[in-house]
Design a protein around this ligand. Structure first.
Ligand code: CTP
Length: 396
């Protein structure tokens, strides 16, 4: 549930409602009279596809607030003005939003927005402290330029950051709550000289989707990544590496005591057997003819060696990018690398694998096919993979 109060930051609430809806949430919106001066219920209905309410509610349904307060998983109030903060702190209930806040039994998250030093005023600070004591959570406000032209603390946090905060709050009791998860993603790069390298087409999207799904399931997540095109999800610890050797060291360090490792990275299998400290000149044909490739460290084999002694990570899922004989090669890798699961994808399928937002995966365990995950978004594929790993960790 999203409560919106009268601030120019209302436009950010529309973006937030849209992002939440796209992420699969059912968002009911309550606008105060002040918010209605900036924006209409129809705007929210148009992005959420669900009801949005204002203070005309009482004409239609006299206990609306109780129903909304009882069914919501989370009540987000964004933007929240200084006036609404004061009302919430003192238990005033003079509109649908504040009445619902009193009736709500779910956690409350507030994103304040106010100008002119109002946030720092002792009265507002006292109200914030009262609400914090009652377990209400706050996101922001952020520092920056405000509508008045002043710069200071009072801007509503950006919708993307707020979405990440919301995801974290909702994940608290998820199937991976309290679990430590490591995800490797992206390509690795093996340098030839300071400006050239050997790499592959991986963008890191599938691994980042797995990291987000693990966060959504409540896990503490570390992402070990090569050069990737999108940011690591909010809430995860990011470890940036370049070469296979660096990735191996980072994965082994992060996997110490971990519950699960998702080895999604497209690791470079070969590296030049010599590197030049200076840029190779085009005229140096001799160098070009002399350069050869050597095999890099197999990270999963190193993980297996450690795991055989320590028992960690408890569950390991590998990926196999194949162009043919997907089942046979996948099964062979699963056994050779001592994995619990292997997610095999046919990279010849143009809608699956590298550089696209969709994937199609055959998930295998030593017992055989676990699930044929049909072509869908990498986000949806990641959720299935996380589901199976959580199930295996939780012994059901
Ligand atoms: N992998 C690894 N270390 C490497 C290469 C790959 O840990 N040096 C991991 C990948 O992250 C993936 C799994 O091993 O989870 C399978 O990767 P893939 O490239 O399909 O298999 P390879 O073992 O490299 O075998 P091949 O390239 O011959 O198919």
């Amino acid at each position: 549930m999203l409560g919106v109060t009268g601030s120019i930051a209302c436009y950010k609430a529309v973006d937030l409602a849209s992002k939440l809806t796209q992420a699969g949430a059912e968002v009911d919106v309550i606008l105060t009279e002040g918010a209605r001066q900036f924006i209409t219920p129809l705007t929210f209905r148009s992005v959420t596809g669900r009801p949005s309410y204002d203070d005309m509610w009482s004409l239609a349904d006299h206990v609306k607030h109780v129903g909304l307060g009882e069914t919501a998983d989370l009540f987000v109030i964004a933007p929240a003005t200084a006036h609404t903060l004061a009302k919430l702190a003192h238990g005033l209930a003079d509109n649908l939003l504040t009445v619902t806040a009193l009736a709500a039994r779910c956690p409350i998250l507030i994103a304040p927005a106010m100008d002119g030093g109002m946030y720092e005023h002792p009265a507002t600070q006292a109200n914030v402290a009262t609400l914090c004591e009652r377990g209400v959570q706050f996101a922001g406000p952020a520092e920056g330029r405000m509508a008045s032209g002043l710069t200071g603390l009072g801007r509503m946090v950006e919708p993307g950051d707020l979405l990440a905060h919301i995801r974290q709050m909702l994940a608290k009791d998820g199937p991976l709550a309290g679990r430590k998860v490591v995800v490797s993603t992206g390509p690795t790069r093996e340098p030839l000289d300071p400006v050239r390298f050997i790499s592959n087409r991986s963008t890191g999207k599938q691994g980042l989707a797995v990291a987000q799904a693990a966060l959504d399931a409540g896990a503490e997540v570390t992402v070990v990544h090569g050069p990737i095109v999108e940011p690591v999800p909010f809430g995860a610890t990011a470890v940036s590496v370049q070469t296979t050797e660096e990735m191996g060291d980072a994965v082994l360090a992060a996997a110490k005591g971990a519950d699960a490792l998702f080895m999604v990275a497209a690791v470079a299998d070969f590296r030049p057997n010599a590197q030049s400290g200076q840029k190779i000149k085009k005229t140096d044909e001799q160098w070009g003819r002399a350069i050869g490739l050597e095999v890099t460290l197999d990270i999963l084999s190193a993980v297996k060696e450690r795991r055989d002694k320590s028992g960690y990570p408890r569950v390991v899922l590998g990926f196999a990018a194949e162009t043919h004989n997907a089942f046979e090669y996948g099964r062979d890798k699963l056994l050779r690398k001592g994995l619990n699961f292997i997610a095999v994808n046919d990279v010849m399928d143009e809608d699956a694998g590298f550089e696209v937002d969709t994937n199609k995966v055959l998930l295998l365990s030593s017992a055989g096919v676990v699930e044929e995950i049909p072509l869908q978004s990498k986000t949806a594929v990641a959720e299935r993979l996380v589901h199976h790993v959580a199930k295996s960790l939780n012994g059901n």
